[in-house]
Structure formats: structure tokens, C-alpha cells
Design a protein around this ligand. Structure first.
Ligand SMILES: Nc1nc2c(ncn2[C@@H]2O[C@H](COP(=O)(O)OP(=O)(O)OP(=O)(O)O)[C@@H](O)[C@H]2O)c(=O)[nH]1
Ligand SMILES: [Mg+2]
Length: 249
């Protein structure tokens, strides 16, 4: 077990400032420093985040003047995490859908496998919207083609611990600043040869929850992401075949 790992949490926030307070509280109770990224919230929302950062000593607030998307928010958060000297970053959504009780297990796995991505796959209860569940299945089918493997059981879960050394170079090259971010990031990490371990995390959609997912627009963005990644897979075929022949990945 590697006890030199320094893990922080990155919480990107857009229209989830109220729910993010509970998320930060849970992280603080586990003693995990937090980088809260205000992704261009309205002034009242920004003020809520400023108050949270004042209340909890181990919270750093990074602010985008206007909304730039989850991917851009994660990039700013990772940048701040590296500057602050962290080795790993737990990405967790601000809407409180993920079961925070899973965190100690994920951190333990990070210490066991510090070079690798420790990634959640969702275990839904009956609250999950059926369209979102179907959309995930379609995405996971395309991701199997893009990586030419079955090693990624879920590519959309926003609950992951990134090893910053290997993730930052991939993050810097990412095109997708918005909804396709989680998908593009995990496919490119797989292309980069980063090993991954997947564990279940319970996901609950509260009745009065705020979702930023725009059914038509975001599905178009996700389809474009898959098109780009499929082209990338074809261009990388000689490299992939070479690596597999020589058993490098
Ligand atoms: N969608 C979206 N989320 C953002 C943005 N900027 C930051 N976020 C944060 O990214 C996380 C994911 O956003 P959600 O709206 O929950 O998207 P999702 O989890 O894919 O969608 P649901 O399954 O409907 O909850 C949350 O913590 C948001 O607050 C943005 O521009 N758009
Ligand atoms: Mg969500």
C-alpha cells in the first residue's frame, strides 16, 4: 500500500450549489480536501459557494466567470490540484447522487494501485430515469468498439479517482469541454495505457434534483464524441495491433 498518495476531491458545480453543500460536508467529515469549481453560476449561486469555502477550512474555490462545461471545470480543478501538490483527484458530482459511503473504499484502492484509474460504475435504484439508463448502454457499446475491448463496463460515471501524473497530459489534449467529457477522458486514458479498476457505486436520483442534462442537445454532443473517438480508434489501429501483439497492453 502506497501511503504517499495525496488525494483531494474535485467537485464541479453548475446549478447544484445547494446540493454541493452536503457533498462538501461529507468530504470534510472524511478529512478529504476539496477543490470546488464554480462553473459560471449566477451571483446568488456563487455566493453560496463562497460561504461554503469560508465555512470549511480545507475547501479551495476556483471560479469560472461564465459557464464553460463540466470538462472545462474538471480541467481547472485538476490544474489547481497539481499546483497544490496532490497526487490524485477524486471526481465527484455536486448533485449528491453518488453514495459518499463508497469513498473510503475508493481511496484504499487508490493506495493499493496508485498508478491506475479507480473508477465507479453505477448501481441504480428505481429512481433512475429510464432514458438515461438506456443512453448509458448505448455509450458503453460504442466505448467497447472505441477501445476494442470490454474492459470499461461504464464510461459515464462521474465518480473516479484520477492519478494526476498520467491523467493531466490526457486532460490537456481533451477536445470535449462539455457533456462528452467523462466518456472521452476514459477512452483516451485507455488509449494511453492507463490501467483501470471498476467498483460499484450506488446512484440515487432525488425527486426534486436538478439535472443539467439536455436530452436532445447533449445526446447530439455525445454522438459526435463517439464519432470522433471511432475515427481515432481507426487511426490508431496499427499502434493498437502492434501493442497487443507485443502484449504491452
Ligand atoms: N451538465 C453540466 N454539468 C456541469 C457543468 N459545469 C459543471 N457541472 C457539474 O458536473 C456534474 C454533472 O452534471 P449533471 O447535471 O448532474 O449531469 P449528469 O450527472 O450527467 O446528469 P444526470 O444523470 O441527469 O444527473 C455536476 O456536479 C454539475 O454541477 C455544465 O456546464 N453542465
Ligand atoms: Mg448528475
Amino acid at each position: 500500500m502506497d501511503n504517499s498518495v495525496k488525494v483531494c476531491a474535485i467537485v464541479p458545480v453548475y446549478r447544484h450549489e445547494k446540493a454541493s453543500c452536503h457533498v462538501v460536508k461529507s468530504l470534510a467529515s472524511l478529512g478529504i480536501p476539496v477543490i470546488l469549481v464554480d462553473d459560471g453560476n449566477v451571483p446568488e449561486g456563487h455566493q453560496v459557494l463562497v460561504e461554503i469555502a469560508k465555512e470549511f477550512p480545507d475547501v479551495e474555490l476556483v471560479t469560472h466567470e461564465c459557464n464553460r462545461g463540466k470538462g472545462a471545470a474538471m480541467r481547472s480543478g485538476m490544474d489547481a490540484a497539481i499546483v497544490a501538490g496532490f497526487t490524485h483527484a477524486l471526481q465527484v458530482d455536486a448533485d449528491g447522487q453518488h453514495d459518499m459511503k463508497a469513498i473510503p473504499f475508493f481511496i484504499n484502492e487508490t493506495k493499493e494501485h496508485p498508478e491506475d484509474l479507480i473508477c465507479g460504475y453505477p448501481e441504480y435504484d428505481e429512481s433512475v430515469p429510464k432514458a438515461r439508463e438506456q443512453g448509458r448502454k448505448i455509450t458503453n457499446f460504442w466505448v467497447a468498439i472505441e477501445t476494442l475491448s470490454l474492459k470499461i463496463p461504464d464510461a459515464m460515471c462521474g465518480f473516479r479517482v484520477y492519478p494526476l501524473d498520467s491523467s493531466w497530459p490526457v486532460m490537456k489534449r481533451l477536445r470535449n469541454k462539455r457533456m462528452g467529457f467523462d466518456i472521452e477522458m476514459i477512452v483516451r486514458l485507455s488509449w494511453a495505457g492507463v490501467k483501470m479498476h471498476f467498483f460499484p457505486v450506488k446512484v440515487h436520483y432525488p425527486k426534486d434534483g436538478v439535472s443539467n442534462f439536455r436530452m436532445f442537445h447533449d445526446n447530439v454532443v455525445i454522438s459526435m464524441t463517439h464519432t470522433m473517438l471511432c475515427i481515432g480508434m481507426v487511426l490508431r489501429l496499427p499502434l493498437t495491433i502492434g501493442r497487443r501483439l507485443f502484449k504491452k497492453i
